[in-house]
Design a protein around this ligand. Structure first.
Ligand code: T4K
Length: 410
């Protein structure tokens, strides 16, 4: 890693990259290896690898306790957890979701031939706007699925009011929001149920994994049956089900990660504060803030690139990638603009002005335990350099051909 002085040493202008290897967004956080390996060793000795084993049961009880929720049903990943929750909720016809989310939110519905109806977001929070949700309700609507994007809670009260006013069911995709709170209550306690992802790229991971959590006993029973083929005891299938089970090795990772959860959050918090302080005087770049009066996991560093910043968001990404900083533009271009949904619902974008605008502005930067604080200063230095030498960049042949090449590759 090197400091970027003077400006013309930017890698995109021919200088050496700031980082010798890729700096990823979403590097996994890993807890105590010895403890993890001991758990895996004991698991192998027991010869119990899946199907509601002791580690999965212990993991579920610990998550319930941590969140203060009655039921946690651990699953093989967040997408299957969403699919099962959607089915158990008896959603049909149309369900209202944001378009500004990871594609799995929409897929979990469309996979079951339920139409995801995309509502717009509030540009300040990046979360579903209840006013837009209300406008999208039709006689076919059966539910609303909010997403706590970046771990920042939805307007749960506003969405619940819309749901209650129209006799709809409400659930949340809380994939980003493990360990976050809202109005003093842990996320996991809102709507009929909430779904977490424990994918490797989440600040808390079980390699692959997810969970549905709920305070509704009946719903929990149904979800438990559905994730295990609908089996109720040996030889007795009482539901149409699938295989959504979490394995023991994943639960071992989860239990070990839970023991380091506070440390993961603390490191993310430290990184977030470092980015926040350093970005304060960079005009045109604003960091999306967390409400620190609540519990936050600080797992995403989200920067909005304003229209008056000297480079466009995509140009800035090229500058960063050349330095081996693999910034991402989650969740561009919005689900409604992805091929299957564009084909199915070509007019969906008409109502999604804020979604379109926000998706063009957002840049996600690296954080997590794999990032040392010094790297943050180098990253900020590059952002500053890029802003102050934008005219050199724009007139540079190598830079232009790189941009054209990227565009040609789509
Ligand atoms: N709902 C929402 C709102 C979600 O965000 C997600 C998942 C879901 C539902 C579904 O949950 P899961 O079924 O995934 O449990 C990643 C993740 O694969 C995905 O879990 C996540 N959201 C999404 C936001 O991000 P990509 O396309 O960014 O993955 P990829 O392979 O580019 O990896 C991201 C970065 O992490 C890269 O810079 C490489 C790095 N990485 C990745 C892995 C897997 C590592 O350093 N180590 C690793 O092991 O989707």
């Amino acid at each position: 890693m090197k400091n970027k002085q003077p400006l013309n040493t930017l890698a995109i202008l021919g200088g050496a990259p700031a980082f010798p290897g890729p700096l990823h967004v979403g590097r996994p956080n890993i807890g105590n290896r010895e403890v993890l390996l001991r758990r895996i060793g004991e698991m192998l000795d027991r010869r119990w690898l899946s199907n509601n084993g002791p580690l999965v049961q212990e993991f579920e009880r610990k998550v319930e306790h941590y969140l203060g929720v009655r039921h946690c049903v651990a699953m093989c990943n967040g997408t299957v957890a969403l699919e099962i929750a959607v089915r158990a909720m008896d959603f049909k016809g149309e369900v209202i979701v944001p378009s500004y989310t990871f594609i799995a939110t929409a897929h979990a519905l469309q996979w079951q031939e339920i139409t995801p109806v995309f509502a717009d977001i509030d540009p300040k929070t990046h979360n579903l706007d209840p006013v837009s949700v209300e406008k999208m309700i039709t006689p076919r609507t059966t539910g609303i699925m909010g997403v706590h994007l970046w771990g920042r809670p939805c307007d749960t009260t506003g969405l619940q009011a819309v749901a209650d006013g129209h006799g709809l069911k409400l659930m949340f995709d809380a994939s980003h929001a493990f360990a976050c709170s809202h109005d003093g209550r842990m996320i996991g306690n809102f709507g009929e149920c909430e779904v977490f992802s424990f994918h490797a790229t989440k600040f808390f991971n079980t390699f692959e994994g997810g969970a549905v959590v709920t305070n509704n006993d009946e719903l929990a029973t149904k979800i438990r049956l559905m994730k295990n083929f609908g089996f109720s005891g040996y030889d007795n299938v009482v539901y149409i089900g699938t295989n959504g089970k979490m394995t023991e090795v994943c639960a071992a990772m989860g239990l070990t990660g839970l023991e380091s959860l506070d440390e993961f959050v603390e490191i993310n918090r430290r990184n977030y504060h470092a980015y926040r302080d350093a970005l304060q005087d960079v005009p045109g770049l604003s960091l999306i803030r967390y409400d620190e009066s609540e519990r936050c996991n600080y797992q995403y560093i989200i920067v909005e690139v304003a229209l008056d910043f000297p480079l466009k968001r995509d140009e800035l990404i090229q500058v960063l990638h050349a330095e081996n900083i693999l910034a991402r533009k989650y969740f561009w271009p919005g689900c409604h603009n992805m091929r299957p949904y564009r084909d199915y619902y070509p007019h969906a974008g008409v109502m999604l002005l804020n979604t379109t605008e926000v998706a063009e502005r957002v840049l996600v930067l690296p954080t997590g335990t794999a990032l040392v604080p010094e790297s943050i200063h180098v990253i900020i230095g590059i952002l500053r350099s890029a802003a102050s030498c934008s005219s050199i960049l724009k007139g540079n042949g190598a830079y232009l051909s790189l941009l054209l090449d990227t565009e040609a590759r789509g």
